[in-house]
Design a protein around this ligand. Structure first.
Ligand code: KPL
Length: 306
């Protein structure tokens, strides 16, 4: 079986190397000729895991040159979902399956509308990975990837992976709740770290930041309760502080995006929550303030560049 991966960031490279190691054919679809050259210089995906480094000679191509796709893994930033899928849509075979493994919410529904809900599987991961250089991924924290679907059976995709697959993967009968739990943690940690330019652990250490985090969590719980979504078996404020402490030395993905002057996923994280709160008539003033502040930060970075 051949897997095609769109989005060669940390998670895309981690999966590319792991699938290749498990004996699957793997092709990365890259953005442009410059990226393709970069990939050829790298010679493949370099994976560092538990101190061991390995080189994985996967293939790479541009969307226009891509062959038929049977299994597609989409790992782009959430805001790139539509453009990335449209570019490869004509290559999907009639029985193709599409696994979306991204942050945020809303993008999975969009993916389903584009590829057909019966083809779509949705993933959510707690694996920690970062890129040391293009196509050089460090698997920093072993987590779990849960895979489910709203309008299809995704257990066959999980069953295709060998028992000794190097990533922990399981079927999730309630992937929507899992996505909401991840959204909750991301809504609490990501914007705050981006605004204060701090490590995740500072949100627990610094009282003023901790108070903001607790306010964000309390507001989030109002929305979750109103839509009947069961979050964690402990208060969200406690769960979010645990995650912030456990990933204390990390810079969140949103802060990294701000620092590299990239567009952040704020619209698919806090933006999604604010839209849902508005639909339900619930006030979430702290999240709204976060949304505005991160939008301003992004605009300032982009203005500096132009
Ligand atoms: O998922 C994350 C992110 O940075 O996007 C957290 C959980 C905040 C860890 O850094």
């Amino acid at each position: 079986m051949e897997w095609t991966i769109v989005g060669a960031g940390a998670i895309g490279c981690l999966w590319g190397a792991s699938l290749q190691q498990a004996g699957f054919g793997v092709t990365l679809v890259l953005r442009d000729a410059t990226r393709l050259q970069q990939f050829r210089r790298a010679g493949g995906i370099r994976l560092t895991r538990e101190g061991n480094e390995s080189l994985h000679r996967v293939k790479a191509t541009l969307a226009g040159d891509c062959g038929p796709i049977e299994r597609l893994l989409l790992c782009t930033k959430a805001f790139d979902t539509e453009a990335a899928l449209r570019a490869v849509l004509p290559r999907l075979t009639p029985n193709a399956r599409v696994l979306v493994l991204q942050n945020g919410l809303g993008n999975q529904q969009l993916a389903g509308e584009l590829v057909g809900p019966w083809r779509l599987a949705i993933g959510s991961t707690t694996d920690g990975a970062w890129l040391r250089a293009p196509f050089e991924v460090v698997h920093a924290g072993r987590g779990q990837t849960r895979i489910g679907a709203s309008d299809a059976d995704s257990s066959d995709l999980v069953a295709e992976l060998p028992d000794d697959f190097s990533l922990e993967v399981c079927s999730d009968p309630d992937i929507e709740t899992t996505l909401w739990r991840k959204l909750a943690v991301n809504c609490a940690i990501n914007p705050l770290t981006a605004i204060h330019a701090c490590r995740n652990g500072d949100l627990v250490r610094i009282a003023r930041y901790r108070e903001e985090l607790i306010r964000l969590c309390d507001e989030f719980e109002l929305v979750a309760r109103a839509r009947g979504t069961q979050l964690f078996d402990r208060p969200l404020a406690e769960q979010a502080q645990n995650v912030a402490a456990a990933t204390g030395d990390n810079f969140s993905s949103m802060l990294q995006d701000i620092r590299h002057r990239r567009t952040t996923e704020i619209e698919q994280i806090t933006g999604y929550l604010c839209r849902e709160a508005e639909r339900l008539g619930i006030a979430v003033p702290t999240h709204r303030a976060m949304l505005e502040q991160v939008r301003k930060l992004e605009a300032t970075q982009h203005r500096r560049d132009s």
